[in-house]
Design a protein around this ligand. Structure first.
Ligand code: HEC
Ligand code: HEC
Length: 304
C-alpha cells in the first residue's frame, strides 16, 4: 500500500471493505424477519422437470449464525492483519517481513555449515565429500545452464573439468572468475583482413596444433599471424591468460578448429561473456563453488 502517492486510495479501500461487511450484516437482518403469516412453507410457483418445486422457506438458523460469524471473523482479521488500506494491522505482519525472517533462518543454518569450510584451505574443501555435494548442487543451480551439468561445456562455453584454462585454474583465479565475471574480447578483423588471407591465416593456426594444413597457404598466413595475432595469442600461439586469449596450439577449441570456424573467429571476432556472480552469491557459496570447480580438474589432489 505504501506505493500510493496519496492517502486517497487507502481511505477508498478501507471504506469499500467496511461498507461491504456492513452491507452483508444488514442484508442478513433484513432477510431474517419473516412475517408470521409467511412462516408456512410457501411455493414460489417455479417448477422444473415436471415436479421440482422451488419453496420460499425462511433461512435456517445455523446458516444465519455461520454468516454472522464469518462477518465477525473478517472484522477481527482486518484488525490483526493488513487489509484496510495502508493500515498495517495490530500484529504488524507483512509477507516481505515473513520472507526476510525465513531467509535469515535459512542463512543462519547455511552459515553454520559453510562456516567450517571458510576456515579450511580450498584444496582441502575440494577433498571433502559433503562439501563436494554442496558445491555440485550450487553448480547445477547457477552454472549448469551454460557449462553443462557435467561442467564439460559446449561451443563457446569452456569445459571446466579439463586442465585447460582461458584465465587460469588456481583457486584464487577461479574465485575471481566466478565473483567478477570475465569478458573474452577477440576483435573482428573483417576490415583489415580479407577472406582469402583469413583462410591462409587459419591454415597457419591449424598447423600450430598439428592439424592437417596446406603448407603453402599456411606459410602465406604466417606473417599475418605474427603481426596481428601474436600480440594476444603469443608468438607460438600459446595464448595469454591475462587476456583470456586461448591457446591455439593445443587440441582444446572453444569455437571449433575447422578452417571455417577459425576464419569466422578472424573476420567476426568473439565475445565470450561469463557473468559476475558476487551480487547473487554469498562469499560462502562462491567459495564452495571455487572448491568444486577446482576439484573437477584436480581429481588426484582432491582425494578421489
Ligand atoms: C550465462 C552463461 C554462464 C553462466 C551462468 C556461468 N558461466 Fe562460467 N563462463 C561462461 C563463458 C561464456 C565463459 C568463457 C568466457 C570467455 O570466453 O572469456 C565462462 C568462463 C568460466 C570460467 C573460466 C574458465 C577458464 O578456462 O578460465 C570459470 C572458472 C567459470 N566460467 C565458472 C563458472 C561457474 C562456477 C559458474 C556458476 C556460478 C558459471 N561459470 C556460470 C558462461 C557462463
Ligand atoms: C586483442 C587480442 C586478440 C587478438 C589481436 C586476436 N585474438 Fe583471437 N582471441 C582473443 C580472445 C580473448 C579470444 C577468446 C574469445 C572468447 O573468449 O570469446 C580469442 C579467440 C580466438 C579463437 C577461437 C579459439 C577457440 O578455442 O575456439 C581463434 C581461432 C582466434 N582467436 C584466432 C585469432 C587469429 C588468427 C588472430 C589474428 C588474426 C587473433 N585471434 C587475434 C584475443 C585476440
Amino acid at each position: 500500500m505504501s506505493d500510493f502517492i496519496s492517502d486517497y486510495w487507502s481511505y477508498y479501500i478501507t471504506a469499500i471493505s467496511l461498507v461491504g461487511i456492513a452491507w452483508c450484516v444488514w442484508l442478513l437482518f433484513s432477510q431474517r424477519r419473516v412475517p408470521k403469516s409467511q412462516v408456512v412453507t410457501e411455493d414460489t410457483g417455479h417448477v422444473w422437470d415436471g415436479d421440482l418445486r422451488e419453496l420460499n422457506n425462511p433461512l435456517p438458523r445455523w446458516w444465519m449464525w455461520m454468516f454472522l460469524l464469518a462477518c465477525i471473523f473478517s472484522l477481527g482479521y482486518l484488525v490483526l492483519y493488513p487489509g484496510l488500506g495502508s493500515y498495517a494491522g495490530v500484529l504488524g505482519f507483512s509477507s516481505q517481513g515473513e520472507l526476510a525472517a525465513h531467509r535469515q533462518a535459512a542463512e543462519k543454518i547455511q552459515n553454520e555449515i559453510y562456516g567450517k569450510y571458510m576456515a579450511m584451505d580450498v584444496t582441502k574443501v575440494a577433498a571433502d565429500p559433503e562439501a563436494r555435494e554442496i558445491g555440485q548442487r550450487l553448480f547445477l543451480n547457477y552454472c549448469a545452464q551454460c557449462h553443462g551439468s557435467d561442467a564439460r561445456g559446449s561451443r563457446g562455453f569452456p569445459n571446466l573439468a579439463d586442465n585447460d584454462w582461458l584465465y587460469g585454474g588456481d583457486p584464487d583465479t577461479i574465485r575471481q572468475t566466478i565473483a567478477k565475471g570475465r569478458n573474452g574480447m577477440m576483435p573482428p578483423f573483417a576490415g583489415t583482413i580479407d577472406a582469402k588471407l583469413a583462410g591462409d591465416t587459419a591454415q597457419y593456426v591449424r598447423s600450430l596444433s598439428g592439424l592437417a594444413s596446406d603448407p603453402i597457404r599456411a606459410s602465406r598466413g604466417e606473417g599475418t599471424f605474427k603481426t596481428t595475432c601474436a600480440a594476444c595469442h603469443g608468438a607460438s600461439g600459446k595464448g595469454n591468460q591475462a587476456l583470456g586469449a586461448p591457446n591455439l596450439s593445443d587440441s582444446v577449441w572453444l569455437y571449433g578448429s575447422s578452417e571455417n570456424a577459425i576464419v569466422e573467429a578472424i573476420l567476426k571476432g568473439h565475445n565470450g561473456h561469463m557473468p559476475a556472480h558476487e551480487e547473487i552469491l554469498t562469499p560462502e557459496r562462491i567459495r564452495m563453488l571455487t572448491a568444486y570447480v577446482w576439484g573437477l580438474s584436480n581429481t588426484g589432489a582432491a582425494g578421489q
